[in-house]
Design a protein around this ligand. Structure first.
Ligand code: ADP
Ligand code: MG
Ligand code: MG
Length: 872
């Protein structure tokens, strides 16, 4: 049997989203549950994959099947492409497995030509509508299929409106629109060199190809990378009979959520526009009315719609985001999906659904995207400072959060300024999908036009970025990069603050405070802790970080980078003396100065961790990183050591390495300078003994971690004098203390020989930053230079330093765990690379049986949630 690529809406269902995409699967599901859906069919994601495999061509087999389904569709709707009695008009809609709002393309009113317009105008006795559809179609087709910029058409519309002395599209009459359609066709011919296609089937094939192609457009690629959506998935194409919201004042179109996507509050939330078509609401062409107003204008349709909302929410057991159209008072459902929401709303909705008996705790935990929690962990405006400030304007609180920064007016400027380290707020008339990278670079987005479901609002909520939309009081002059608000003129670089919750806009900067885990956030995290198996530790080098991480739920320190304790000015001097010593005696003298500082730091860490495990990694980086570069610093060091500037400079020069990341660092330092490791051992053990004395009820088992081991003999050599030193200190104190000596697995050879290494190492911790760098053989500091080319060439879909390479690096990890545990079955094994806070990597860590993940303090809640999701 031939492969099936097309499915009528009546042939699919919600479980088929891999094949039909989210939109197609849900159109099928809504059809199945008897909701009013304009009928059509879905061309599967497999057809898209095939299109790419075949060198961006729709092959004959698929083409034939599409033609077959057009006939079926004509049968179901009783309409026909190009018909003189009852012409079929369709939308051609993209729809991937995971929703990617606004990232790909859709074409409406396809099937029109001069003959069909005439038929439609006559049969409906509504000439204006017929021409409105046609000019919209030419505009969309030219833009999406032929890539003639929409701006040319918008200019023609603006010109027409100016000539007619009107401001709104709806004020143009049938003749104006007819005239416009003519101008559009001429524009098309001028740009493309051919007549605008009049054959509906030719139009359809062009549109289908364009939707497939849109899967690979730059903004879709960026969106996918940010949202972990594989390129290989492809998009489905939905060919759907049109419902017309633009036939007059008893028609309209809207989008609505069953709960507030910004706060999560239960209740219908959305916008409606009379005499309009789909895109008009989202594009912010006119400011739409609140959905509740629809009740007065369309009582019947509104009643039906609220019933549909309940049906859908009960059916999907989640907040729904819906698109619908009213044609002469009759309701048509065009889309439903689990609505995108802010992190705050996600938590509230999940808790409410549990309380409403719709979801279990486990399901509630699984519903939250861990990556979104990030926004909740970032600073909010200080309540006092906020109260004291007077807003200079107000828009819609479209996406919560606090943003404060310098004003920029274009997406390009936002990127450029952010690259220079500036915090910026992007202020635009309205945003469009091309602005996405600029929006990401900004702290927040402020728009003049557009409602709660405008592009800016939807995208900002998706990114967890603060957004205030639709502040119509702004008198914008985009061309000259300035605007007026509250009687003041703002220019590029002026600082403003915006509150994405209230929609308030403030002149100048407002103080911010750290976020807290409370309320619904606390409830979800408690559930997460109940169901997860993986422990979550933190990477913390200072007591302040450690305390923060404890507040955020860390159960220990997985990595304390001891060298980070020496960046402060008053400490670096002693450290430099240590580095620039010529003899063991000199070095020991310098180390004696350092030891009490280290010990004090370790004590503070143990105190902050209240008896939870603390892994301390011994000195790791190339020493050259710490030497002075300024002449004055060099002189000071020379003086302190009683050496000549000349000598110091020679020592510094001798520390130079061609490839420092693979040079004299890690355990190699301990091998060449045992006195450093000895000093660190003393500091660790003495600190533990002291804290234990004060807190006899705490279990304190110091974990000493030797970095960058590649051969068990290196570890054995270092461990010997570490143990000797530790035991001596313990004995001298007349105390009793258990401690562990383990190693990082961050060199491929260590993973390969983990059975040998485990004979000496009492625990492992995967240092996946180095392990990734060494496995791939490229430097983590330089990868940024070529990664973009790798993304463009589809060699990489993600940065392997952010998202663990499970195929290669992951294989080494699995091997090391297996080998290590064969030697030492009860050893604990963790991960402390950047990946420990990345949800998909955390899931992998759970799967391969790690004991814990360790990540930066602000990632701890994300890791807790991801760990729970992996276990559920
Ligand atoms: P997106 O994924 O960007 O929302 P859609 O495919 O959902 O793109 O379509 C864009 C707009 O066109 C939406 O507002 C949608 O409701 C509207 N639309 C799509 N298909 C139809 C149709 N058959 N009849 C009327 N409006 C439609
Ligand atoms: Mg849509
Ligand atoms: Mg390392």
């Amino acid at each position: 049997m031939a492969h099936k690529y097309c499915y009528l809406f009546s042939e699919g269902n919600a479980t088929m989203r891999e094949l039909l995409g989210g939109k197609g699967a849900n159109l099928a599901e809504m059809t199945n549950i008897g909701l009013p859906v304009p009928q059509g069919f879905t061309i599967s994601t497999e057809a898209c994959t095939k299109y790419y495999d075949d060198g961006r061509k729709i092959n004959d087999e698929i083409m034939a099947e599409i033609n077959e389904y057009i006939v079926k569709m004509e049968g179901i709707t009783g309409k026909k492409f190009g018909d003189k009695e009852n012409p079929l008009l369709v939308s051609v809609r993209s729809g991937a497995r995971a929703s990617m709002p606004g990232m790909m393309d859709t074409i409406l009113n396809l099937g029109l030509n001069e003959d069909v317009v005439a038929v439609m105008a006559e049969k409906s006795n509504n000439e204006r509508w017929a021409w409105d559809c046609y000019r919209r179609f030419i505009q969309m087709y030219s833009d999406v299929v032929m890539e003639v910029g929409k701006k040319y058409f918008e200019e023609l519309i603006d010109k027409m409106k100016a000539e007619k002395g009107v401001t709104q599209d709806v004020e143009l009459d049938a003749n104006d629109l007819k005239e416009l359609a003519g101008q559009f066709k001429a524009e098309y011919k001028a740009k493309i060199g051919e007549d605008f296609p009049s054959d509906p089937k030719e139009q359809l094939m062009g549109a289908i190809k364009a939707v497939f192609r849109s899967w690979d457009n730059p903004r879709a690629n960026v969106y996918r990378r940010d949202n972990d959506i594989p390129y290989s998935w492809g998009t489905a194409v939905n060919v759907q009979s049109m419902a017309f919201g633009n036939m007059g004042d008893d028609c309209g179109t809207g989008v609505a959520f069953t709960r507030d996507p910004a706060t999560g509050a239960k209740g219908l939330f959305g916008e409606f526009l009379t005499n309009a078509q789909g895109e008009d609401v989202v594009a912010g062409v006119r400011t739409p009315m609140h959905i509740q107003e629809m009740e007065q204008k369309f009582p019947e349709a509104f009643k039906e719609f609220t019933e549909v909302c309940k049906t859908l929410e009960d059916h999907y057991r989640d907040m729904q985001d819906m698109e619908f159209t009213v044609e002469h008072g009759k309701l048509y459902m065009l889309q439903t999906r689990n609505g995108k929401r802010t992190a705050q709303a996600a938590l509230k909705i999940a808790c409410d659904l549990v309380d409403e008996g719709m979801r279990t705790e486990e399901e509630a935990v699984a519903m939250i995207d861990p990556r979104n929690l990030d926004t909740l962990l970032h600073p909010q405006f200080d309540a006092k400072a906020l109260k004291a400030a007077t807003p200079i304007g107000k828009g819609l609180g479209a996406s919560p959060g606090a943003a404060c920064g310098k004003i920029v007016f274009t997406a390009e400027d936002a990127v450029e300024w952010a690259d220079k380290g500036e915090k910026v707020v992007l202020v635009r008339l309205e945003t469009s999908p091309e602005d996405i990278t600029g929006m990401k670079a900004a702290q927040g987005i402020l728009t003049v036009r557009g409602g709660m479901t405008s592009h800016a609002a939807v995208v900002a909520r998706g990114m967890g970025e603060c957004c205030v939309s639709g502040c119509s009081a702004i008198n914008m002059d985009e061309a000259n990069k300035k605007f007026e608000l509250g009687g003041k003129t703002f220019v590029e670089g002026d600082v403003i603050s915006i509150d994405g919750t209230t929609g308030n806009i403030y002149d100048g900067a407002i103080a911010t405070v750290d976020a807290q885990i409370a309320g619904e956030f606390g409830r979800i995290m408690a559930w997460a802790d109940k169901y997860r198996v993986l422990k979550v530790r933190t990477n913390a080098d200072t007591p302040a970080d450690a305390k923060k991480a404890r507040e955020l739920g860390a159960e220990g320190i997985g990595l304390c980078r001891t060298e980070h304790m020496f960046f402060e000015a008053d400490r670096i001097a002693a450290f430099r003396e240590m580095i620039c010593s010529d003899t063991v005696e000199e070095r020991e003298a310098a180390l004696a100065k350092i030891e009490p500082m280290q010990q004090a730091d370790f004590e503070a860490l143990y105190e902050a961790l209240e008896g939870c495990p603390v892994t301390i990694r011994f000195l790791d980086p190339p020493l050259h990183e710490f030497v002075p570069t300024e002449e004055a610093d060099i002189e000071a060091l020379a003086k302190a050591q009683g050496k000549s500037v000349e000598t110091i400079k020679n020592i510094i020069a001798s520390l130079h390495e061609f490839n420092p990341m693979m040079g004299h660092r890690g355990c190699r330092l301990a091998v060449t300078y045992p006195e450093i490791a000895k000093m660190q051992t003393k500091a660790v053990i003495k600190a533990a003994l002291n804290v234990k004395k004060n807190h006899p009820d705490w279990t304190i088992v110091p974990e000493i971690m030797i970095p960058l081991v590649g051969d068990v003999k290196e570890l054995k050599y270092v461990k010997n004098f570490v143990v000797e030193t530790a035991d001596a200190v313990i004995k001298e104190a007349g105390a009793d203390l258990k401690y562990e000596v383990g190693t990082m697995i961050e060199i491929p050879r260590a993973a390969l020989t983990a059975d040998e290494i485990a004979k000496e190492a009492e625990f492992f911790c995967f240092g996946t930053n180095d392990l990734t760098q060494m496995t791939y053989g490229f430097s983590r500091d330089d990868a940024g230079k070529f990664l973009n080319a790798y993304y463009d060439a589809k060699i990489f879909e993600n940065d392997p330093f952010a998202k663990l390479d499970q195929t290669g690096v992951g294989k080494l990890m699995e091997m090391a765990i297996k080998l290590g545990k064969a030697t030492r079955p009860d050893m604990h094994i963790g991960i402390c690379g950047e990946h420990g806070g990345d949800p998909s990597s955390v899931e992998f860590c759970h799967k391969i049986g790690l004991t814990y993940v360790s990540c930066s303090p602000f990632r701890v809640p994300i890791a807790r949630l991801a760990a729970a999701q992996a276990a559920i």
